[in-house]
Design a protein around this ligand. Structure first.
Ligand SMILES: [Zn+2]
Length: 359
């Protein structure tokens, strides 16, 4: 018997944090922050856990470390690519990118999730299996994705609700924007940023202008982070890291972090260009309330075009069937809006949108 509790991240967009309890161990899956500024999971009732496992390094999954003391300062398990991003002195231990290991006496299997450098899904060998997808995508042209094993219960990445537009359709909307230039795209440098850069050169366009953080990310992806990529891509990434021009004035396609423009080069550039009519500014991910991403898209100064980095409903339905899940927790999506669509898509599996479930 195992009990799975959504501490945060179920019912709507919020920081990821799930608790799995068995007779043998208590594990926390992710401990995020945001994406709205200031939002942290409420871990007051969690108590001491044996380990924290991270799906990937994005802030909404791995940004809540100020709460570690409240859950007994557990060791943190993550892939080596993600461990390098953790604060110095963090008590961390390795997870494979694709393989099996043991955590607090439980067998944990991981595989690449197609979403970010070092990102994995996590399969815990409790009764029938629990599969936590973290954030995942099957459409990335950059990041590799491995097929997960069977599981009775699954926490899926339902960030996109009932959305069904494939990435190949999304890119058709970006093409005229890229060709018109100059355009600034605030992006996550360890997410779709490198992927958009790769798309630009593969579609015969000039290399984008990039900030230092994206150049560093491209350099790592071309070298030590390459095991998380689809095969054969590293020469193109190395070339981008070496030759893509810096951002000096509005010109061409400009890629800069971070995605919501609350920090990094994107924040500086948005502040400098917000009250001018050029360059165009396009946000392409989640628009957290209280951020420049929300403010500029609401005012009309920036536009929004989605670049898929999470699965579509049909992909999630295929996944639920492929692993044989009987219980589905659709995480990070708006349950009030999409519950009906999820229940239809995942039937006969039971859809759980709040609280705890035993299996
Ligand atoms: Zn993510």
């Amino acid at each position: 018997m195992a009990r799975l509790t959504a501490i945060s991240g179920l019912g709507g967009k919020g920081p990821a944090c799930f608790l799995i309890e068995t007779r043998a161990a208590r594990l926390l899956l992710d401990l995020g922050y945001g994406p709205q500024p200031g939002l942290l999971p409420n871990v007051d009732g969690v108590g001491k856990v044996d380990a924290l496992l991270l799906s990937h390094g994005h802030r909404d999954h791995a940004g809540g470390f100020e709460l570690l003391g409240k859950v007994g300062n557990p060791p943190i398990y993550a892939t080596d690519i993600v461990r390098r991003l953790l604060p110095a002195g963090t008590n961390s231990r390795p997870l494979p990118l694709h393989g099996t290991t043991e955590v607090a006496g439980l067998q944990v299997t991981t595989g690449r999730s197609g979403h970010a450098p070092g990102g994995v899904w996590l399969h815990i060998a409790v009764d029938g299996g629990l599969l936590y997808m973290g954030d995942n995508s099957g459409e990335s042209i950059l990041y590799a994705a491995d097929a997960p094993p069977p599981a009775t219960a699954i926490i899926i990445d339902a960030s996109y609700g009932a959305y069904e537009t494939p990435l190949s359709e999304c890119t058709k909307k970006f093409d005229p924007v890229f060709d018109a230039g100059p355009v600034l795209l605030p992006i996550p440098v360890a997410g779709r940023g490198p992927e958009i850069a790769l798309y630009l050169i593969r579609s015969g366009r000039a290399a984008p202008h990039i900030d230092d953080a994206l150049r560093a990310s491209l350099t790592r992806l071309a070298a030590q982070d390459s095991p998380c990529l689809k095969p054969g891509i590293t020469p193109e990434l190395a070339q981008l890291a070496a030759n893509a021009p810096a951002i000096e004035k509005p010109a061409g396609v400009m890629l800069a972090g971070i995605a919501d423009a609350t920090a990094g080069e994107a924040a500086k550039q948005v502040a400098a260009w917000e009250h001018q009519t050029t360059p165009a500014i396009v946000f392409s991910g989640y628009l957290p309330p209280g951020t420049p991403a929300e403010r500029l898209t609401t005012s009309g100064r920036a536009s929004y075009l989605r670049w898929n980095v999470h699965p579509r409903l049909a992909e999630n339905a295929r996944l639920v069937r492929a692993v044989g899940a009987q219980i589905v927790l659709p995480a990070f999506g708006d349950a009030a809006r999409h519950r009906q669509a999820w229940e239809t898509a995942f039937a006969p599996a039971r859809v759980v949108v709040s609280g705890s479930v035993e299996f």
